[in-house]
Every structure is written in structure tokens, then in C-alpha cells.
Write a protein that binds this ligand. Sequence first.
Ligand SMILES: Nc1ncnc2c1ncn2[C@@H]1O[C@H](COP(=O)(O)OP(=O)(O)OP(=O)(O)O)[C@@H](O)[C@H]1O
Ligand SMILES: [Mg+2]
Length: 327
Amino acid sequence: MKSKPILDIRDYHVSLWIQEMMTPVIRGVDLSVNRGEILGILGESGSGKSVLLKTFLGLMKASSYNITSGEVLFDGLSLLDLTLAERTALLGKEIAFIFQNPTQTLSPFKTVSWHFKEVFRIHGLDYKIEKVHEVLKDVGIQNITAVLNMYPYQLSGGMGQRIAIALAVVLNPKLIIADEPTSAIDASLKLKILELLSKINTKYNTSMILVTHDFDVIKRITHQTAVMYGGIVMSYGDTNDLFSKAVHPYTLGLIKCANALKGEAHEIYQLEGYPKSPLAFTAGCPFAERCAYKSSICETVIPKAESFAGGYYRCCNPILEGGFSAK
Ligand SMILES: Nc1ncnc2c1ncn2[C@@H]1O[C@H](COP(=O)(O)OP(=O)(O)OP(=O)(O)O)[C@@H](O)[C@H]1O
Ligand SMILES: [Mg+2]
């Protein structure tokens, strides 16, 4: 029997203050991360990926949002019921967050070594220099002693992100959440960083959520994938199934765009239109106005989740007969 997921998000709703209105942004997300597995999250800019992940960890300004309903269980513990002290004790130790840019993790006035010592200190643990050396080696840092004495401005972007990853793994967290960890890094280093995350997943059996716009990365290193749009999950399931048979028109559109960009398609494909601002959300499917498969029902209800291939999709007009092979 499969063990319980390390993270279970159920019917999660979040509103944000936007133009002085408390506006629904995350509108009923159900997702889980299996132990030792990597969940990839895809979706156009503004689909709600960061708001989803940052709000249940308390990483956004508390007055800027309101979790209006739902449940988030981490290893059986309700994250939404934690006190600030309990959450601080959990973050960095059991759950680590890797931001888009290392400057969001590293203080410009402190050495690399200080940051590692601080992680141990915050959690009341003795500093273990051997462990720090081990993780720095894992992330491919050479001249470790010299690097430990450096300040962030002395590090390249790629090196800074490796240090941020090393800081995230040094206490062996059970779950790492990486929100576009390579978008601030040049292309040649991207793959290395992502392979590094994959290696960490294998070496330490760390579960992960990886937000990325890169389909190749998703296909290469994730076990499951969720596609977000308009504050809901449009499709979710085993990565292979999701890509080998796209049943959701939005997933299909993203795949076609990615293939066109790689030059694998005969013609350039682009998804018409743009994602809506949460201020313009209606009672209908958020993708309806851009969808080639839309019918009248799409304007009136947000589609319910329908089970499919170990996961689900949310669409009233799925591409079911044979699906679209996107291999
Ligand atoms: N602090 C904030 N105040 C007001 N609106 C916000 C805030 N943060 C995000 N939003 C809005 O919430 C929606 C979801 O944003 P979010 O940052 O989660 O998108 P995303 O999927 O992470 O996009 P990207 O791929 O660009 O990082 C967007 O419409 C965004 O403009
Ligand atoms: Mg984001």
C-alpha cells in the first residue's frame, strides 16, 4: 500500500488585497506530494503558483492575504494551524524554500559561513562543519573554505543559487519547495542546477515541489505534474501520463507552444490571448475565452475535477478520444 503523501493540500482557497479589494486568487486547489517524489508545477505567469506555495508557509506579508478555506497537511501536521513559533521551527528544518533569486535568501552583509551557522543556530542545533562541507560538495562548490568566507556580492548568480540550495538541504528537510529556482540563472547552468535538485532527491530521498516554465525539466526530473491556470489546477497526474496524453485543452496548448519553441512543430503555435487578472475572474472556467474547445457551459461553471490516469483534470470538454499524443 502506498504511504500517505508528505504534503496534502485540500480545497485550498486564498484571497489577496488587489486594488483595495479582497480578491479570490487561489480558488480550490487539491494537490499532494508523495514521499520521495518530485511534483512539478507548470502554468503561465500569474496563474497562482507562488501565491499557492508562499501562503501556506506564511512567506507573504500576513496582512496581504487571507486563506479563506482548505487544509494543508505536512506529514500529518496542519500547517494552517501553526503558531508563528511553530512555523519558524518547521521552516528550514523540515521544509525548505528555494526562491527564484539567491538574493532573497542571502544577506549581502554576511559571509556564506554565517548563513550556515545561522541555520543551525535558529533551530537550536550544534554547527556541523562536516555536514556543511558535504552539502557544498554536493552542489558542486570547489574551494569550499574560501567560499565560506565570501560575501554574496563575491558570488556569481549560479554560485549564489548553489549556496541557497546547500542552505536548503543542510538540515536534511523532508520537503523542498523550489519556486523557479533557475529563472535568474544563465541557460548553461540551468540544467546543472536542476540535475542537482534531482540528485538531492535521490541521495536524501527528499520530496520536492518544483515550479518551472521548462517542459523538458518537468519531463526529465518530476514524478508528477500539476498545470495551474486562473488559480485552479487544470490537470494533475503522473508526469508521463500527463504528457503522453494531454486531455486538457490548456495543457495541450502549453505543450504545443513548448514544441513550437523547440522547433519541433511544423508551424509556430501560440495560445491566443492572455491570462486574466484575478479582478476579472468570473463564475466560469478561467480558460474559457482562450479555449478552442469551449461550449456554453464553460462560461458558467468552474469545471469539477474528473479522475484521470492517476490524477484528475478540470474541463467540461476534454480531449478524450485517444487524447493528444505529446511525446
Ligand atoms: N502581493 C500581491 N498583491 C496583489 N496581487 C498579487 C500579489 N502577489 C501576486 N498577486 C497576483 O496574484 C496572481 C497570482 O500571482 P502569482 O505570483 O502566484 O503567479 P505565478 O503563477 O507565480 O506567476 P509567475 O510565473 O510570474 O511567477 C497574479 O494575478 C498576481 O498579480
Ligand atoms: Mg511565481
